[in-house]
Design a protein around this ligand. Structure first.
Ligand code: SAH
Ligand code: SF4
Ligand code: F3S
Length: 451
């Protein structure tokens, strides 16, 4: 007799719904969580009203990210009506940062930090028994290396591969080192296997993910693998597999990485290089470990080695002590680099960080708003200028799917990560098509196929 059949399994066909906030790392983590729980018999659903277990994968990077989750938890209470067995779990960075407050909430049954996902089946059992399932232990080793993520975004063309976890950089404004723990790299063999399996399943683009991918480093009996070498190996899976990466820290952006990129055309011509500020004084207070001049030196190296490379960034407006002059320097940096795209934020003080402990959050809300607006307006101009320069050029586009606006058009991306919309013809997702850009807005390029 099979004894294990007599004990009810944790999953038993129960429906699992998961909602993801925050960065791409969290998107990848949700796919790992679904994989772990599917192995226990849970069945994934996209419909919250059908769920027996609802997990919210959360972000703490700015206060508004956390406020959205508190609001969502309030809303989720209504699904409990008529469904007393429903379990609600909060996982991810906010679970790590606010476990006490979350555990106190009546509607929260499970609290799991980013390194505790293997323990979720046990945490569900604890909650089933009427208790609370809580685990926010951080780990020095966990990389979920051998877990095959269940791909939740179903375009079937592009996928994320987490290559490392955690962060050691301790930028003074940032909560990530506290919520995600120490930096650790994943075994390159498991990364390569994942890339090969994705390619065999029809995927044509992978993005290697980490908080600071260019400090990736693995060593074992067989030698050392650093980030340029890992890129080379992943890009060697097939010339038809595009490889991207995010995010790289400017301090570690080496010429060797740029040379590796230049030597392999399927490594995409797009580098996300968060500047945060254009003022050396601010960069010092932010503990970014580079100056404006040094950053511009890295930009010059990119332009030299990869002349057709797009450069994108993250910027923070109104960090502690930021003067009008510091702000002007951010605007001038933006113009000097001519970013293709930027994520732009208002500084949000995060409890426990070095900035929160030692630096007054002294730029008023109105000034922060005004500076952010100026940054956004300038970026819109720069994006439009960059798109206008592309009109008339021909790009190889990897098709991702149907255009949302029109059934007979499709969209894809060029190597520079810009979206291009064009007539469908007989193409489908996963095809490479040569497209000439005919017009643009600040967000999109329009084009036509060149045969
Ligand atoms: N590891 C990546 C991204 C981390 S979080 C990197 O270093 O670039 C993504 C972005 O959020 C950061 O680049 C930064 O621009 C922004 N950010 C982080 N903490 C913030 C805070 N306290 N207030 C506002 N923006 C913040
Ligand atoms: Fe945060 Fe800095 Fe680490 Fe990025 S590099 S996650 S901004 S501490
Ligand atoms: Fe947010 Fe955590 Fe990512 S704080 S940005 S979800 S690493």
């Amino acid at each position: 007799m099979d004894i294990s059949r007599m004990r009810p399994l944790t999953g038993e066909g129960r429906k699992l719904y998961i909602e993801t906030y925050g960065c791409q790392m969290n998107v990848g983590d949700s796919e790992i969580v679904v994989s772990i729980l599917q192995d226990e018999g849970f069945v994934y659903t996209e419909r919250v009203e059908q769920a027996d277990v609802v997990l919210i994968n959360t972000c703490s990077v700015r206060d508004n990210a956390e406020q959205r989750v508190w609001g969502r938890l309030q809303e989720l209470k209504r699904y409990r009506k008529g469904k007393p067995h429903l379990l609600i779990g909060v996982i991810g960075c906010m679970a790590e940062r606010l476990k006490e407050q979350l555990a106190e909430r009546g509607e929260v049954d499970i609290v799991a930090g980013p390194d505790a996902y293997r323990d979720l089946p046990r945490l569900v059992r604890l909650a089933d028994e009427g208790g609370k399932g809580i685990n926010v232990q951080l780990s020095r080793e966990e990389t979920y290396a051998e877990i095959a993520p269940v791909r939740l975004d179903k375009n079937g063309v592009s996928a994320f591969i987490a290559i490392m976890r955690g962060c050691n950089n301790m930028c003074s404004y940032c909560v990530v080192p506290y919520t995600r723990g120490n930096e650790r790299s994943r075994d390159p063999r498991t990364i390569l296997r994942e890339a090969e399996a994705l390619f065999a399943a029809g995927y044509r683009e992978v993005t290697l993910l980490g908080q600071n991918v260019n400090s990736y480093r693995w060593s074992d009996g067989e030698g050392q693998v650093d980030f340029p070498e890992l890129m080379r190996r992943v890009a060697s899976v097939s010339p038809l597999l595009r490889v991207r990466f995010a995010t790289s820290h400017p301090k570690d952006m080496s010429d060797r990485l740029l040379e590796t990129m230049a030597s392999m055309p399927n490594i995409c011509r797009c580098i996300h290089l968060p500047a945060q500020s254009g003022s050396t004084r601010m960069l010092e207070l932010m503990n970014r470990k580079y100056t404006r001049e040094w950053y511009l030196g890295r930009i010059a190296a990119i332009r030299r080695l990869l002349p057709d490379c797009a450069i994108t960034t993250d910027l923070i407006a109104g960090f502690c002590g930021e003067t009008e002059e510091d702000h002007r320097q951010t605007l001038s940096l933006m113009r000097e680099v001519g970013y293709e795209f930027a994520y732009m934020f208002k500084y949000s003080e995060r409890p426990g960080t070095r900035a929160a402990r030692h630096m007054p959050d002294d730029v008023g809300e109105e000034v922060k708003n005004a500076r952010l607006t100026e940054i956004i307006n300038l970026q819109n101009e720069l994006s439009l200028e960059s798109n206008r320069r592309d009109v008339g050029k021909v790009f190889e586009v990897l098709v991702e799917g149907d255009s949302k606006r029109s059934a007979d058009r499709i969209f894809g991306r060029n190597s520079q990560n810009k979206v291009i919309v064009f007539d469908k013809g007989d193409h489908r997702a996963g095809d490479y098509v040569r497209v000439k850009v005919t017009s643009c807005s600040s967000a999109t390029l329009l084009g036509e196929e060149v045969r």
